[in-house]
Structures are given as C-alpha cells and as structure tokens.
Design a protein around this ligand. Structure first.
Ligand SMILES: NC(=O)c1ccc[n+]([C@@H]2O[C@H](COP(=O)([O-])OP(=O)(O)OC[C@H]3O[C@@H](n4cnc5c(N)ncnc54)[C@H](OP(=O)(O)O)[C@@H]3O)[C@@H](O)[C@H]2O)c1
Length: 248
C-alpha cells in the first residue's frame, strides 16, 4: 500500500517512446511519485523499469503487465493495483498504434481495437480506483492528426486515415468521459504529445525520427507532468498540446 501522500501514476504502453519518457520525467520530478509502468510484454516492461531506476530517480517505479486489447489482462492489473495501492491518482491512457496492415479494413480494425476500444475499456476499468483519489487525472494521449478542422486545412503530407479516425474517436471518448467523471472531480484531458521520436512509425532510424523531424519524447513527458500537476486545469476537457488548446 502506498503512503497517503504518494501520487500513484499508471502509464499504459510505458516500455517505449512517450510512455517510457513520461515515466522517466515523472519519476525524476519528485520523491512523491510512484509510476506504475504498464506494458503488454512484461519482459520489455521490466527492462524499461530497470533502466529508469538505474538512471537515478527521486520517485519510484514498478512494472505491470497490461494489454489494452485483453480484458482479463486489464482486470488483473486493476486487482493488483487495488491491492498494492488502494487507489489510482493519475491514469495516462498512452498505448497506441498506427497499423501498417495491407488493407484499410485491417488497419481500421487493429487501430481502433487499441487506440479507441482499448483506451475506453482501460478508462472504464480503472474509474473506481480513480474515484478513490483526492485529486484524480485521466489523460488520453491523442494527436493533432485527429483534429477534424485541421485535417482539412493542413494535410501534413500524411494520409494515415485509420490513425486519424481513431484519434478523432478518442477525442470524442474523452469529451464524454469528462462530462461524466468531471462531476466527480476527475480532470480529463486529451493530449497531443507533438511529433516525437518513438516506434510508432516503425523501428528504423528514419521512421523513429520521422526523417529527422521528430523531437525529444521527454518534452511530451514534461507536458504530461505539467497537466497532472494542475498547470493546465483551465483547459480541462479539451485537446491540449504543450503550447495551448488544439482545435477539434
Ligand atoms: N510519437 C509521436 O510523434 C506521436 C504523436 C502524436 C501522438 N502519439 C501517440 O502517443 C502514444 C504513444 O506512442 P509512441 O509514439 O510513444 O509510440 P511507441 O514507441 O510505438 O509506443 C507505443 C506503446 O504502446 C504499446 N502498445 C501497443 N499496443 C498495445 C496494447 N495492445 N496493449 C498495451 N500496450 C500496447 C507499445 O508496446 P510494444 O512495445 O509492445 O509494441 C508501446 O509501449 C500513442 O497513443 C500515439 O498515438 C505519438
């Protein structure tokens, strides 16, 4: 059981990219933070957790298995966190994919299964634990690529149809969850982390860096930290990035 003064943070997809960087930034920021790094592969999750601990952090980290497309895995994680901590203060719904399956149908099915259905059922499953927190935050890691208005105006040279559709749907999920949980004190956000280095586009150097255009995922981690520390409370219920509010 964590001490009542600890802030218990759960990040899905924490073994890589933004989830890993956010875990490191948060655990480095203060001794009060305990970051539970959730990964679908417990081996990758344990390795990522150990790497952060070896880097020297003020707070603490632990690792848990959680596949957002597997209800039994989600239920087991809820049970373990309830038993270990009794509550959850911050949920960062970060796990996401950009499927490169050969057909649009497969891309849509795979991408929605993780980015929309997975995010929705993870948020639903952890809601009872969030409601036990004195200061709960629920962050959905979305993207400006899911903005309906900006997709028409700025093409960004990327079709990414299934991915864009999934993030537009995630934004709607966030609005509805915010309407419901906001009444109970949960601050709900959608967050565009910016174009940053990760495995989202592929694991080669070119894909990871988006041809050199991608920034440092620790900047995304700082944005997430600022939101959960209350620095963006004026924008609750909106799609935000590091600079402000993004148009829907
Ligand atoms: N990087 C960017 O430029 C950018 C921009 C806007 C939004 N985003 C969003 O940021 C989030 C994080 O992505 P990233 O860029 O950091 O990419 P990443 O390096 O590929 O990280 C994605 C993470 O999600 C995990 N994941 C995938 N499917 C999962 C599942 N079914 N259950 C649990 N975990 C699963 C991955 O695990 P494995 O390692 O096992 O695959 C990995 O840990 C995503 O929601 C993405 O859409 C990223």
């Amino acid at each position: 059981m964590s001490s009542p003064s600890a802030v218990v943070v759960l990040i899905t997809g924490a073994n890589s990219g933004i989830g890993y960087a956010a875990s490191k930034v948060i655990a480095s920021a203060s001794a009060k933070y305990h970051v539970i790094m959730a990964s679908r592969s417990i081996e990758k999750g344990n390795a990522a957790c150990s790497a952060i601990q070896a880097a020297g952090i003020k707070g603490t980290t632990s690792s848990i298995q959680l596949d957002v497309t597997d209800e039994s895995s989600i239920a087991a994680a809820v049970k373990a966190i309830e038993s270990d901590h009794g509550r959850l203060d911050v949920l960062v719904n970060n796990a996401g994919i950009a499927s490169r399956a050969p057909t649009l149908k497969e891309q849509l099915e795979r991408t929605f299964s993780t980015n929309v259905v997975g995010a929705a059922i993870v948020a639903e499953a952890f809601t009872p634990l969030l409601l036990k927190s004195a200061e709960p935050y629920l962050l959905h890691i979305s993207s400006t690529l899911g903005s309906l208005s900006l997709s028409g105006e700025f093409d960004y040279g990327i079709d990414a149809r299934a991915y864009r559709m999934s993030k537009a749907a995630l934004n709607m999920l966030m609005v509805r969850v915010s309407m419901t949980l906001g009444k109970h004190g949960v601050k709900v956000f959608a967050v565009c982390p910016g174009l940053v280095e990760s495995n989202l586009r592929g694991e080669g150097a070119q894909e990871r860096s988006a041809g050199g255009k991608a920034g440092d995922p620790e900047v995304s981690g700082q944005t997430i930290l600022r939101i959960m520390e209350g620095g963006r409370d004026a924008d609750v219920g909106r799609l935000v990035n590091k600079d402000g509010v993004v148009a829907w």
